[in-house]
Design a binder for this molecule. Structure first.
Ligand code: CMP
Length: 138
């Protein structure tokens, strides 16, 4: 089934100038960039986006990291886009990510882990709406 999912290239990967290399992983594996923008999240926006993790011990560090520099947010579209994106990203902790995945190749730590991807179709819809108006998605 054709799906849309939200991808964020996080501040560590933007700082390392590997945005293009990461997008190539998506495009070379059947995903299409349907929307894209580079933004610098405010603390308020980062807290709202990661609200589901608000009670977790890593929440404060996560928010601080996500506002540490600009990010690239994208809508990716393709067959089984949610799962495909998560397979391409690899495990949350880069130390556990399979060889050849984005996190194995570009991430440094569980916080600075290069990319975020929606973990379900329902979350993908909400996360896409958080960043993009319908008329910005093609
Ligand atoms: P992400 O997919 O963006 O979703 C939440 C983020 O919290 C996650 O990637 C990690 O970068 C970060 N994080 C830090 N510690 C943990 C942890 N113990 N479990 C899950 N996520 C964590």
């Amino acid at each position: 089934m054709k799906e849309q999912t939200l991808s964020i290239i996080k501040p560590d990967a933007v700082r390392k100038n590997v945005t293009g290399k990461i997008i190539d992983r998506f495009e070379s594996n059947g995903l299409r960039v349907a929307a894209s923008k580079k933004i610098h999240l405010s603390e308020c926006e980062a807290k709202a986006f990661y609200q589901v993790h608000a009670s977790r011990p890593f929440f404060k560090d996560l928010v601080q990291f996500m506002v540490s520099g600009p990010v690239v947010v994208m809508v990716l579209e393709g067959e089984n886009a949610v799962l495909k994106n998560r397979d391409l990203m690899g495990a949350t902790n880069p130390k556990e990510a399979k060889a050849g995945t984005i996190r194995a190749d570009f991430a440094e730590s569980i916080d600075a882990n290069a990319v975020h991807g929606s973990d379900s179709l329902e979350n993908a819809k909400n996360e896409i709406e958080f960043f993009f108006a319908k008329k910005e998605i093609f």
